[in-house]
Design a protein around this ligand. Structure first.
Ligand code: ADP
Length: 267
């Protein structure tokens, strides 16, 4: 699956949020969207999932405009996991993950659908929770269930909004390893919003750093996660260490003269 994003612009009413966003993503790539709060990361992911319709610009999946795809067809191609999984329903884990099969169902659930779901539950390490109600799970467990639902959908593009925000470090690594393996083995594309620049640098092939709704920097982690970019985009002075996993960011403090410094001085 190849993705082409051409000149996306999006506004909430008169508030321009995304401006001139262009990206080209090859099969098998893990792409991370980074940037400060409010820079437009979730909005961009929603435009890619067709949850929001851009004011202008086009998103192509393998040369096909997403605005022209039927919703069932789109769901077979792209699986979107919103922040915190979206609505919480009074269903069991098994039922939620089975919902991921909806775009594939014709007359009802088949043996194959159940096999896919069983494999996904096992793959995500949540098989023993299958009969538990979602409402009684921890935030991290719920997050795994929503990712499992997207896996059961068997899409070729995964759009994940902060997939590790409620997970402890072990589960963060587990989920991101799974995501990367999927991209590599199946030539799927993974586009995810990640706050943690160190996880982004370690697990992505390509990082897109947004500032005020525009792409400020894009490329391989080493080219994007730099002292200069972090200073300009986040207003933070950082040390960048080299590690075997890629660049490692140690935030030192606000850049002198940045908004944070001025606010602190005025307080
Ligand atoms: P990020 O994911 O980078 O934190 P968002 O995409 O959530 O940023 O938000 C970008 C901007 O759009 C912010 O200024 C935010 O307040 C605004 N925004 C987000 N969602 C809505 C909405 N539903 N209605 C109006 N403004 C919104």
């Amino acid at each position: 699956m190849k993705i082409l994003i051409q000149d996306i612009n999006f506004s909430y009413g008169s508030h321009d949020v995304l401006q001139g966003v262009n990206m080209e993503i090859s099969p098998g790539q893990v792409v991370c969207i980074a940037g400060p709060n409010g820079s437009g990361k979730s909005t961009l992911l929603k435009c890619l999932a067709r949850v929001l319709i851009p004011k202008s610009g086009v998103v192509y999946l393998d040369g096909r405009e997403i605005s022209r795809l039927g919703s069932r067809e789109l769901a077979r191609l792209a699986g979107y996991v919103p922040q915190n999984g979206g609505e919480i329903f009074p269903f069991t884990v098994l039922e939620i993950v089975l919902m991921g099969r909806k775009p594939h169902l014709t007359w009802g659930v088949t043996r194959h659908d159940l096999e896919v779901v069983a494999n996904v539950l096992k793959f995500m390490g949540i098989g023993e929770m299958a009969q538990r109600s979602l409402a009684e799970l921890s935030g991290g467990q719920k997050q795994k269930v929503f990712i499992a639902r997207a896996l059961a959908q068997e899409p070729q593009v995964f759009l994940l909004d902060e997939p590790t925000s409620s997970l402890d470090i072990k589960h963060q690594l587990e989920v991101l390893e799974v995501v990367k393996a999927l991209a590599r083995r199946q030539s799927y594309v993974v586009i995810m919003v990640l706050h943690d620049l160190n996880l982004a640098a370690r697990f992505s092939d390509h990082i897109v750093m947004l500032k005020d709704g525009r792409i400020y920097a894009a490329g391989k982690p080493r080219a994007v996660v730099t002292r200069e970019n972090i200073g300009a985009v986040y207003g933070v002075e950082a040390l960048i260490m080299e590690s075997s996993f890629g660049p490692y960011v140690i935030p030192v403090g606000p850049v002198q003269g940045s908004d944070i410094c001025l606010q602190a001085a005025a307080f």
